[in-house]
Design a protein around this ligand. Sequence first.
Ligand code: SER
Length: 614
Amino acid sequence: MQNFKFYAILHYMTSTEIRKKFLDFFAKRGHAIIPSASLVPENDPSVLFNTAGMQPLVPYLMGAKHPMGTRIADVQKCVRTGDLDDIGDNRHFSFFEMMGNWSLGDYFKEDAIKWSYEFLTSKEEGLGLDANRLAVTIFEGDESAPLDEESKNIWMSLGIPEHRIYALPAEDNFWSPGDNGPCGPCSEMFYDMEEMFVGKVLSKDEFVEQVKTENFIEIWNDVFMEFEKKDGKVVGKLAQKNVDTGAGLERITAVMQGKKTAYETDLFKDLLYEIKISCQIREDRMQRIIADHIRTSIFLMADGVLPSSNGRGYILRRLLRRSIRCGHAVQMTPDYKSLVNIVENTYKDIYSNISENKEKIVSELEKEYNKFIKTLSNGLKEFEKVVEIKVKHNGIVESQGASMLSEDVFKLVTSFGFPLELVNELAKEKNISFDEEEVNALLLEHKELSQSASAGMFKGGLANTNEQTIKLHTAHHLVLAALQEVLGKSVKQKGSNITEERMRIDFAFDRKVTDEEKKKVEDLVNGWVNAGLPVIRREMPKAEAEALGAEMEFGAKYPDVVSVYTIQDPTDAYVSKEFCGGPHVTNTADIGHVTIGKEEAVAQGVRRLKATLG
Ligand code: SER
């Protein structure tokens, strides 16, 4: 261990120096340096984010000509959210940077391995790591490709002894981005963090075991891409032999700064410090998760992703909500401005788009926080209540091993707006079980019931349920929202009436609405129609709907559990939220076009406005 510390101080490098060293090294060997592509793949709707350095280069690995030539090097931003449970350990991050050098039908195994070795060990041009602390793996062979003896021989010619070269199966050493695309056997490099090799030879099984315990850390992967996969099967050779290498910046930085994890390096130190000082409770793993998720979210937003209820935006929302939940558990009062400042500062020399989008990022973070924190605390209280009752009921003193009734989980989801995945996570943490299948069945049944219930309610309340009236009903919500925006929040609905021909709204307002104002209302409504916004129905306790600020009609009586329809714009700001039984179109685009008609007085301080479709 003493040796290790001495060594670490000798070769300390900042993350910025490491990126630069890498790119300089490969530039000197004829590689064109390209900037990182956006985290959002440009022309590839099949993937949500770039999950590996090779993703933006797939067309060139498949044979297209790259404008910069056949030797490329870069540092590519990546996001992987498939295995969030691993985040918080020493080596998994939902955002990471991959340093890579690429041969597009140019050099192959010999140069790739030689340069990897040279970069890792050279004191002048590379990292100056001790070659005695390196272990490598190669592909052991299967029906797609034979044992990679060539790579083994190259490593041995560089001085890596045979007993530190481990041949492993395809799941470790045959790399592909998924079921389809360019792929091939790979050779991975590991660093001996704890000097396991000093005076020892480790068997393959021992080595594999040590990798799991983080005594060895994988720092680089050279993939020899000469095959193609379709539907999970290797179907043949590519037109050219490529090299795809990936050296994880986070891990290499940890090694170069003498740490077991990147959380203790210059990539995370300031961020974690800020997080820790804004928490009342110290809990390292939770605080690491917060740091990881906040950093990833900031990078995603800098690349244009905004929290929403589907696709990329939903993944971002999940990360944010998870960070808020962890923050809640350690009593964090997040100062998003400081958090963004810190990440901006850590990366200011490398990525400028955090600075460019800073205000937007801070406001989105705050918005998401404010939106979720209330649901979270209400839901958590209920969760604890449910568990407590269960514990008492069973006569056990602590919740370990207890289970939750499906009805209770169902209630958390439907009445408290608690996402099922969150209930799942909490339950796992507290070692409480529930029957997920049964809960899902309850949820499905509920969905079907409430759909028919809302149709029934509509029939009772309105004249007719044909397509026109459904469209006009949604238009009605938009018109109210537009009136409030143009005339002020004091505009309150006092009555409504819908026929097949038109919608009519009565609202509290004390003067005539001018033509100019009517035009503004019409433009706003049609702007929302054209934006194609989803119309969403949720059931919640009346108190929660009131807290959300959902519109209710003056004087109307509502039950304890109400149905609320919301329409949100692409930034998730509410366009409209109303207590309402429905039904509605599912997307504002279905309305077509709205024309505002006559406006008149019906009583002292009450106006009536009509609107038609088309
Ligand atoms: N594509 C390989 C990986 O992600 C090497 O860059 O590990």
